[in-house]
Design a protein around this ligand. Structure first.
Ligand code: SF4
Ligand code: SF4
Length: 132
């Protein structure tokens, strides 16, 4: 297992009809190095996990302030702010947010597999290169 190829899952998109042949389920990974000028997913560029805040879901309960072990979250007049330099990507804020207003992009390990398996059942089919 030492040489196993691993990755951080950014998103799993079903019913994909763009950017490739046929009707597919697309697994987006973090750490894209292509730097396309028309990139539609800039959140995929950084390889590390990143926390995003969805303003329309937030109920202002401030739970995230208390659970962040790094003190990376503050509340401002215009909403929640995450200090990306301090954020360690632990995901605690996303787990504890009662409104799913915080989301950790780029989960690794078991959480990613759990999500994939919940969509497809065991075992997950290994990724393969799509010939164009
Ligand atoms: S825990 Fe979630 S709902 Fe509560 S203030 Fe933070 S982001 Fe908003
Ligand atoms: S992912 Fe962890 S370190 Fe980053 S803001 Fe959330 S609780 Fe804080």
């Amino acid at each position: 297992m030492g040489d196993a190829l691993t990755g951080r899952v950014l998103n799993i998109q079903r019913m994909s009809t763009e950017d490739g042949p046929g009707l597919r389920t697309t697994v987006f990974l973090k750490g894209c190095s292509l730097a396309c000028t028309w990139c539609h997913n800039p959140e995929s560029i950084a390889a590390r996990p990143q926390t995003v805040w969805h303003a329309t879901r937030c109920i202002g309960c401030r739970t995230c302030l208390t659970v962040c072990p790094e003190g990376a979250i503050t509340h401002a007049a215009d909403g929640v702010r995450v200090d990306r330099d301090r954020c360690a990507g632990c995901g605690a804020c996303a787990e504890e947010c009662p409104a799913a207003a915080l989301e950790l992009l780029g989960q690794a390990g078991e959480r990613s597999w759990e999500r994939l398996n919940s969509l497809f059942g065991n075992p997950v089919i290994p990724a393969r290169k799509v010939e164009r």
